[in-house]
Design a protein. Structure first.
Length: 364
């Protein structure tokens, strides 16, 4: 049976939307992220636990197997889990809780193993879960969540918590103990234990501070790299692989802003289902009366979109090159940060967008 060591290998062999799915919602400000890296049919019902705890507004990430037959092969190791959306979400979170499913170590043992670098949250989770009537334990070494490379520990505090739920415990969450994908995706099958478990987790999460202050930061594990906890990490746009073979990312606020405008101008309204008005209608310029009208239309559209979606950006120039015969609109947008005095003179970059083609960035 094939097992994939990291996401790039899995993505090359499997098909998103057929073999697996990714669901992701970022938080805002300082936040706690609930994640299930072995969700769906891989280790049910970890997706449902993470999503329920996050509620309608909280941050969560789900990597879900879509077939009971292939689920086992999709379980990427937590210590090398490098799916880009998860890396960015957890990297921007102050704290994180990871839900995983494990086999029973003893027959019909309903237990949750609690581990991780976030000692404060570990203690709170143990207290709240036990108060709710659940059995907690320290995990066997192979379930240990305290490895600094575990995705759950790659937060701003370099600390998270991993909850490994035994199969018998997970079966108690559903009618008839049915953990099939069909069963766990139906909320009607949830038993009281499911809700009691989630509410205990949420109570514990509500008691930890999320603001990053030096005096309350969790001590770094031995050998962990030190970085400024106030700096957010963002995946580069367009998607790229850096020199080391990892997903390209940046902590530079200016680069992040340019990348966001890059994505905004390169998106047509309607392409993002959850944000139907996000984007710039660049393709409409192909049907303008002439090049001058097309340029004016695009300039207004870019300015309006940036003002709506990226108010922290300064647009110092918009230059459009419309090639109707080729069906291409090339839009050069010079942007900079509004919070940096004089930035429009010395920190701009030109972003080019080819409708129906690629998105490129040139110049500084």
């Amino acid at each position: 049976m094939v097992h994939y060591p990291y996401y790039r290998a899995l993505a090359a062999a499997r098909t998103l939307g057929i073999d697996y799915d990714i669901k992701n919602r970022y938080g805002t400000g300082d936040y706690l992220a609930y994640i299930a890296i072995h969700g769906g049919a891989i280790e049910p019902p970890t997706s449902q636990l993470a999503a329920y705890c996050a509620g309608s507004t909280g941050a969560y990430y789900l990597f879900e197997g879509l077939s009971d037959l292939t689920a086992e092969t999709l379980a990427l190791p937590a210590t090398s889990f490098d799916e880009p959306f998860c890396q960015v979400n957890v990297g921007n979170a102050t704290r994180a809780i990871s839900f995983r499913g494990v086999p029973d170590q003893r027959e019909r043992e309903e237990v949750v193993y609690v581990s991780g670098v976030d000692d404060v949250l570990v203690a709170l989770l143990v207290r709240e879960l036990e108060a709710a009537g659940f059995v907690t334990d320290t995990p066997p070494l192979r379930f240990e969540g305290s490895d600094p490379q575990n995705i759950v520990n790659r937060t701003k505090l370099h600390a998270g918590v991993q909850l490994d739920l035994s199969r018998s415990l997970r079966q108690s969450f559903y009618a008839g103990g049915d953990l099939s994908l069909l069963s766990v995706t139906s909320a009607a099958n949830r038993q009281p234990a499911f809700f009691e478990f989630c509410e205990a987790v949420k109570r514990a999460a509500a008691q930890v501070p999320l603001s990053v202050e030096p005096e309350e930061s969790t001590p770094l594990p031995a050998g962990a790299a030190i970085r400024d906890a106030s700096v957010s990490t963002a995946m580069r746009t367009p998607f790229a692989i850096d020199y080391s073979g990892a997903v390209a990312s940046t902590t530079d606020p200016r680069e992040q802003l340019v990348d966001r405008v890059h994505a905004l101008v390169g998106t047509l309204p309607g392409e993002r289902v959850m944000r139907a008005t996000y984007g710039v209608p660049t393709s409409a310029a192909l049907f303008a009366v002439d090049a001058e009208v097309a340029h004016d239309q695009l300039e207004r559209a870019v300015l309006e979109a940036v003002a709506t979606w990226e108010p922290s950006a300064v647009v110092s120039a918009v230059v459009a090159d419309v090639r109707s015969e080729l069906g291409i609109v090339n839009v050069n947008v010079q942007v900079s940060r509004a919070d940096v005095p004089g930035a429009e003179q010395d920190t701009t970059r030109t972003v080019g967008v080819l409708v129906g083609g690629s998105v490129v960035a040139t110049g500084e």
